[in-house]
Ligand binder design. Structure first.
Ligand code: 3HC
Ligand code: NAI
Length: 695
């Protein structure tokens, strides 16, 4: 293997090149290589200045995350960076594409910083549950002042070269030709006999009580439940009254403390599984079909959102509605969505005009879909209606066109088998609002061709979504698990907990919203329709939330009618005492004496139900691996990212303790609680869910 860091000289310029694909992470060999290269530069009497740069697609993506949790290996990154900074001859960092985490910290150890246009410069460690651990919290504020540094380390968001230049983080923006720009800068500095310029020797940043208070107020809103952003802020503040060595020691202590947290474990799990989720043997090496023209059938809530998502990523869309008025309404909804994208700086006004004028077509004639490469159906959730739509598509679409359904629950095999080309049929289950939500369940039916699945994953990437492969069953991965943990919540309500207590326990656990607030947001008609659909084959022992049916019949459909489980003023809801009365009556009718639930019991029962159904979903291969469940819940169901997903949470609790919880719940509710065979097997084998993610 060639060495990942090389040193060579051109004229008087030493060139230190890092090549450690895919992201030039700072693993042990790179750290040792940097040390050796700096030493070679120091010893090289002909060299007057050095440039550190990255080969490949970016400068440096940070410390090597896969080394975390393993025994540390010398040399230590902070020491390598100190040695770069202490070099008696100037060193330039020449950055392109991305300089993140330890990568930016290497640059901060250099004496001059040059970035190519478009480079992302950031300290994203908090997104992994840690904080910069190689001087980032100490050197950044010496360059930028306290407020900017606190913002960077606590949000993890990168800054542009323009912003970086303005705040003093870098010295120059190049033209885009990395090596030529770097050599020109180096020659210029040589000509000026520019001195070394260690950041550590710069004055400490001034304390700023207002900035410190402001950032804490921001974090209370944006980083609810997270521990590392505040730790990162405290480390930056330490730079105000300590010299670099003491500041680095303080940063190190905080870094080590964060390394030990479950949040770090959860967030790093999330990072890796999001990258692993699309790696599926069935599509490995399979060429996706070409996609440029998309058809969407139905321009309601979902169809308009799906069309918007595709249009925003440069795809042409033809949307079919039932009649002209519905088509116009869909166009208005899409225009509104695009307007929101302009407000969020995701689109320009000219971009919107081009989309509405050219790339979006609305029609009522299915014949307009004859050139579509992919059609996504989003009409009413009714098998007969969907089959009629697919029959039309079968008639008009060109051979090789992919025919997708956005159904939430219906049997995609039945839809596929109702037409002449089942191999071209797949489920593309978007989440509402479809142009915002990250998750896309790719539901592979029995006959779906592998290149159709591969195309679905390619589409997701193009749309900026996280795709998860699911099998066909009622609710696929997410909604099937959801209906089980929702049932657990309803059973707790009937036994004595209030919906508000349940929501509060779960938001304290870290969910974005509790299940009853979510129901109000989605509309209580959705749950009602689902219960109606399942009524015919419902087991009499199932708990039917009669109070929810009552709310539906009263027209209290949640946020959209101003009243549901909560009473709304704007989007803020307060508990509705009339809902309590309905629940009290339901308990009395069922002869139940209510009992109290602690927050902890609420969370444990809810999570146990989630994990148990998830284990069944994995066992039945609806989800191929536990990580597919974790990604689904993280990307589509507001599961707290810092807990890594339900399967990771279960592993961290210990599967044995979870199983024993379920056995105890089964004593008071034997109908509902049956530990999944997979869970029992893993406990017997002393294994984790994560052991099934390998490969
Ligand atoms: N360490 C180890 N592996 C990494 C890595 C890292 N820092 N960053 C990315 N990778 C791996 C990914 O897991 C992926 O592996 P795979 O191909 O086996 O799945 C591969 O590199 C490519 O990654 P992406 O698919 O994410 O590539 P992109 O080109 O889309 O994005 C990136 C590149 C923007 C650098 C993105 O990978 C990223 O955000 N990486 C993490 C950045 C980060 O958080 N850095 C801070 C690390 S912590 C640190 O530096 C501590 C220090 O302060 C001491
Ligand atoms: P919606 O009722 O808002 O929209 C359906 C649209 O389809 C209507 O505009 C209707 O005019 C149109 N339509 C009906 N029959 C048609 C036909 N034959 N040809 C052309 N247009 C036709 O429904 P929504 O919520 O958008 O749901 C659509 C599908 O997406 C359903 O299958 C639903 O289960 C699924 N889904 C819904 C989610 C949600 O949160 N609303 C989430 C994920 C999936």
């Amino acid at each position: 293997m060639t060495h990942p860091v090389t040193y060579e000289r051109e004229g008087r310029i030493g060139l230190i090149r890092i090549e450690n694909g895919p992201v030039n992470a700072l693993g042990q060999a790179v750290r040792a290589g940097l040390d050796a290269a700096i030493e070679a530069f120091i010893q090289d009497g002909e060299a007057g200045i050095a440039v550190i740069y990255g080969a490949g697609r970016l400068f440096i993506g940070g410390a090597d995350i896969s080394e975390f949790g393993k025994p540390p290996q010398d040399p230590w990154l902070p020491e390598v960076i100190n040695r770069i900074e202490a070099c008696p001859k100037p060193v330039i960092a020449a950055m392109h594409s991305a300089a993140l985490g330890g990568g930016l910290e290497v640059a901060l150890g250099c004496h001059y910083r040059l970035a190519m246009p478009g480079t992302k410069l950031g300290l994203p460690e908090v997104t992994l549950g840690i904080l910069p651990g190689a001087g980032g919290t100490q050197r950044t504020p010496r360059l930028t002042g306290l407020a900017k540094a606190m913002e960077m380390v606590s949000s993890g968001a990168p800054v542009t070269p323009e912003a970086a230049l303005e705040i003093g983080l870098i010295d120059r923006i190049g033209t885009g030709d990395l090596l030529e720009d770097a050599k020109a800068y180096a020659s210029e500095l040589l000509a000026q006999a520019a001195p070394v310029r260690p950041v550590s020797a710069m004055p400490r940043p001034a304390a700023d009580a207002t900035a410190s208070a402001t950032i804490r107020a921001t974090l209370a809103k944006t980083a609810r439940g997270l521990v590392s952003p505040l730790a990162a802020v405290e480390a930056v503040e330490a730079a105000c009254d300590q010299d670099l060595p003491e500041g680095l020691a303080f940063e190190r202590a905080k870094f080590q403390e964060m390394m030990q947290t479950p949040q770090r474990e959860g967030l790093i799990h999330a990072f890796f599984i999001e990258r692993k989720v699309a790696r599926l043997p069935e599509i490995d090496g399979i060429e996706p079909r070409t996609l440029s023209q998309i058809g969407v059938i139905g321009g309601g809530t979902m169809g308009a959102g799906i069309a918007t998502a595709a249009l925003l990523r440069g795809l042409s869309v033809t949307l079919i509605e039932q009649d002209g008025a519905a088509a116009e309404k869909a166009r208005d909804t899409i225009a509104g969505n695009l307007g929101a994208a302009i407000r969020r700086s995701k689109l320009t006004e000219e971009g919107r005009d081009a989309i509405l004028g050219r790339t979006l077509a609305t029609a009522t004639d299915y014949g307009e879909l004859k050139n579509a490469d992919l059609v996504i159906e989003a009409v009413f959730e009714d098998m007969a209606v969907k089959k009629a739509v697919f029959a039309e598509l079968d008639r008009v679409c060109k051979p090789g066109a992919i025919l997708a359904t956005n159904t939430s629950y219906l049997d995609i095999n039945e839809i596929a088998n109702s037409i002449s080309r089942p191999a071209d049929v797949i489920g593309l289950h978007f989440f509402s609002p479809a142009h915002v939500m990250k998750l896309l369940e790719v539901v592979v039916a029995d006959e779906t061709a592998p290149d159709v699945t591969a195309t679905a994953f390619a589409l997701a990437k193009r749309l900026g979504k996280v795709a998860v492969r699911a099998g066909v069953c009622d609710g696929f991965i997410g909604n099937r698990i959801l209906s089980h943990y929702r049932a657990a919540a309803d059973r707790m309500v009937l036994a004595g907990a209030s919906p508000f207590e349940i929501d509060r326990a779960l938001t304290d656990f870290g969910f974005a919203m509790g299940p009853y607030a979510v129901a109000d947001l989605a509309g209580l008609d959705i749950g009602y329709m689902t219960r109606q659909r399942k009524a015919a084959d419902r087991d009499p022992q199932e708990v039917v939330p009669v109070w929810a049916d009552e709310l539906y019949h009263l027209g209290r459909l949640g946020q959209k009618t101003g009243r549901g489980y909560y009473i709304y003023e704007g989007r803020k809801g307060t508990p509705d005492p009339e809902v309590d009365e309905m629940i009290v009556k339901a308990r009395a009718d069922a002869g139940i004496t209510p009992r109290t639930f602690t927050k902890d019991e609420i969370v444990r029962r809810y999570m146990a139900a989630m994990v148990n159904e998830a284990a069944r979903v994995v066992e039945e291969e609806i989800a191929q691996r536990p990580l597919d469940v974790d990604v689904t819940l993280l990307a589509g169901y507001g599961f707290p990212r810092y807990r890594g997903g339900p399967m990771k949470w279960a592993d961290m609790q210990g599967l044995e303790s979870l199983l024993s919880d379920m056995e105890s719940y089964a004593q008071d509710d034997p109908y509902f609680w049956h530990p999944a065979p997979l869970l029992m097997r893993l406990v017997a084998e002393e294994q984790t869910f994560d052991s099934l993610n390998a490969g």
